[in-house]
Design a binder for this molecule. Structure first.
Ligand code: ADP
Length: 609
């Protein structure tokens, strides 16, 4: 991976490299020019020395005074600090400031000498075999009577020139280094100045990215940077208001979804859950906030629902089906599946709406069972009546005694029909009253209701020599509908008498308990097996059908009690033990009105002897 370059370093290095290149280039150019200038100047000085010597030596050469020539060479060479050589046109050296001329070879082939012999000024810079070093040579012609009689050559060692030049170079380099140091420092400042506002903007952009859209960038720096900061601030403002709109919409959505009774499940084409509302999660027994993004097949364990989801995803039209979901408890769900589209109208998955219809199904079953039970209950007496009447008609009342016996049976069955129909009517009246909240409740004392109920059952109790004990505080109040509550108590007393043996006792008591008023009917009868207790208050449920019919029961008595108590916003209950008797409870909510001080009342209905 390429290392990430910071803008600071990019600007710094670019600026530094350019400046160093400029300084180095400038230094190199200046050194080169200085070198050229210096060499040119030295060359001219040598030329001047050459002309000076040529003037002084021309006559001596012309006169062939070689020793004088040599002496002048040596003197001038010493004084002028240069090597002076006098060469005849034949190339023979006749004077030389540093060495005896006879030791020197023929100089006629030296380029500067050749140029001087042609009448010009010969210049050359080369390695001297004689002296074993690099030298600068300038040769000029020495004339006598306009004739070139010799060449005077002045030369200098390049070594000393180079030494001088090197000190110049050193100074230039030092100046360059100082300049580079200054440029480095100024590069840092320049890079910081360029990069700092951008860094502030970058930090601001990072804060925006982290969601801090209330942050504002300072408007400072160059015009372009100011414009950028302004644009970014504007962008943050826009983003903030859009995010707010989106978040609000999402909250509204979630509020709508979570307040729905129906479960809503959205899945994409890969089968991943896009959303599942609280009702849906509850129906499917999962946690709604943990399933988003997971594959529906991993989360939902109801195979029939998974098949339904798959079917919805491939079906172009809506799909509907009632599904039974077992576990944790049996539920019936009406599922409605449609394809899900995004804002652009593309299909992105499926939306399944789940409606819990368990209660509806249950009610439907109850209704069906009820109709079957009612038909069955009515058919038995009707069949019996029909049979006896047909027999009576066939026999044309021939035998009076038999006819009377049959007619008594017909009457009994008719009474049974009457009792069933009365109970059914009462039940439906109480049910409707409860649903429509039309049953009026008044705060009244309980005692008169109990006394009246006992009076209703007195006759039957006396027949079985059963003593009914009543125990109730005189001023015990409850919010009641007196006729209906009396009917409920009558039903319980009637059962207590019916299912008790002759001579036993029945206790009817009412008392205040915490927040409730409890009415109890206790008998010493046959008792009820525990397995029947949960269903005892269902319509037409009987422990012993034959016995109940025999005793004139309709199987609706306890159902009526349950509905009457429900209309009072109370509860019913039973405790029973085989052979030891049963206790039926009616629990009514206590009225807010404070009841008067309790005075005990006890009454007994003496059994008939
Ligand atoms: P029924 O008209 O048959 O009495 P109920 O609805 O009043 O119908 O009672 C349902 C069943 O509960 C009865 O058939 C009977 O088997 C049982 N039952 C009710 N009360 C008592 C009781 N006090 N003792 C024993 N069994 C009772």
């Amino acid at each position: 991976m390429m290392p990430r370059k910071r803008l600071f370093w990019q600007v710094f290095w670019a600026y530094l490299v350019i400046m160093v290149a400029v300084i180095t280039g400038g230094g190199w150019y200046a050194s080169r020019e200085a070198r050229q200038f210096y060499l040119d100047r030295e060359s001219h000085e040598l030329e001047t020395v050459g002309w000076l010597c040529a003037d002084r030596l021309a006559e001596l050469v012309d006169a062939a005074r070689w020793s004088d020539v040599q002496a002048v060479c040596e003197t001038l060479g010493r004084k002028l600090g240069a090597r002076i050589t006098v060469i005849l046109p034949s190339g023979v050296v006749v004077g030389e400031s540093l060495q005896p001329p006879e030791q020197l070879d023929n100089h006629g082939d030296r380029p500067e000498v050749l140029e001087a012999l042609r009448g010009g000024v010969g210049r050359s810079q080369r390695f001297s075999d004689t002296l074993g070093e690099e030298r600068m040579y300038v040769a000029v012609p020495a004339r006598h009577d306009d004739r070139i009689i010799a060449v005077v050559r002045a030369s200098l060692s390049m070594q000393s020139l180079y030494e001088t030049l090197q000190s110049v170079y050193l100074r230039v380099a030092m100046a360059g280094l100082v300049a580079i140091a200054l440029v480095t420092a100024s590069s840092v400042l320049v890079a910081r100045k360029i990069v700092r506002p951008l860094e502030i903007i970058r930090d601001g952009a990072e804060r925006f990215a982290r969601g801090d859209l209330n942050h504002r960038l300072p408007i400072q720096g160059a015009e372009e940077v100011k414009k950028l900061a302004e644009s970014m601030n504007h962008m943050a403002l826009e983003l903030h208001s859009r995010m707010e709109t989106i978040v609000n919409r999402e909250h509204e959505h979630e509020a709508v979804l979570s307040s729905m009774d129906e479960g809503v499940l959205a899945v994409d084409y890969a089968g991943r859950i896009l959303s599942l509302n609280a009702a849906g999660a509850e129906l499917l027994g999962v946690e709604s906030d943990k399933v988003r993004g997971r594959v529906v097949h991993e989360v939902i364990r109801f195979y029939n629902l998974l098949q339904f989801v798959d079917r919805t995803l491939v079906s172009p039209a809506c799909v509907e089906e009632d599904l039974e979901l077992r576990q944790p408890e049996n539920r019936w769900i009406h599922a409605h599946g449609t394809l899900l589209h995004d804002a652009a109208g593309n299909k992105i998955g499926a939306l399944i709406v789940l409606h819990d219809v368990t209660r509806l199904r249950h009610l439907e079953n109850v209704r069906r069972d009820f109709v079957a039970n009612v038909s069955h209950e009515l058919r038995t007496p009707i069949t019996s009546i029909k049979g006896f009447v047909e027999t009576l008609l066939a026999e044309e009342l021939a035998n009076k005694e038999t006819s009377l016996r049959f007619l008594r049976i017909v009457l009994k069955q008719a009474d049974r029909l009457d009792a069933i129909i009365n109970d059914l009517l009462l039940l439906s009246r109480v049910e409707r009253g409860t649903e429509e909240h039309s049953i009026e409740l008044d705060v009244e004392p309980i005692l008169p209701v109990l006394v009246s109920a006992v009076e209703m059952c007195e006759c039957k109790a006396r027949d079985k020599q059963i003593c009914i004990e009543v125990e109730c505080a005189e001023n015990l109040l409850a919010s009641i509908n007196a006729p209906l509550l009396e009917q409920a108590v009558v039903n319980l007393l009637d059962n207590a008498i019916k299912y008790s043996s002759t001579g036993s006792r029945v206790r009817l008591a009412a008392s205040a308990e915490d927040s409730e008023v409890v009415i109890q009917v206790q008998d010493e009868g046959c008792g009820i097996e525990a397995k029947h207790l949960p269903r005892l208050f269902e319509r037409f449920y009987r422990v012993d059908k034959a016995r109940s019919r025999e005793l004139g029961g309709t199987g609706l008595g306890l159902a009526i009690v349950k509905h009457i108590v429900a209309a009072h916003r109370g509860h019913v209950g039973v405790q029973s033990a085989i052979g030891r008797g049963s206790v039926f409870f009616i629990r009514l909510p206590k009225p807010s009105l404070a009841s008067a001080p309790i005075t005990e009342f006890s009454a007994e209905v003496p059994p008939a002897r």
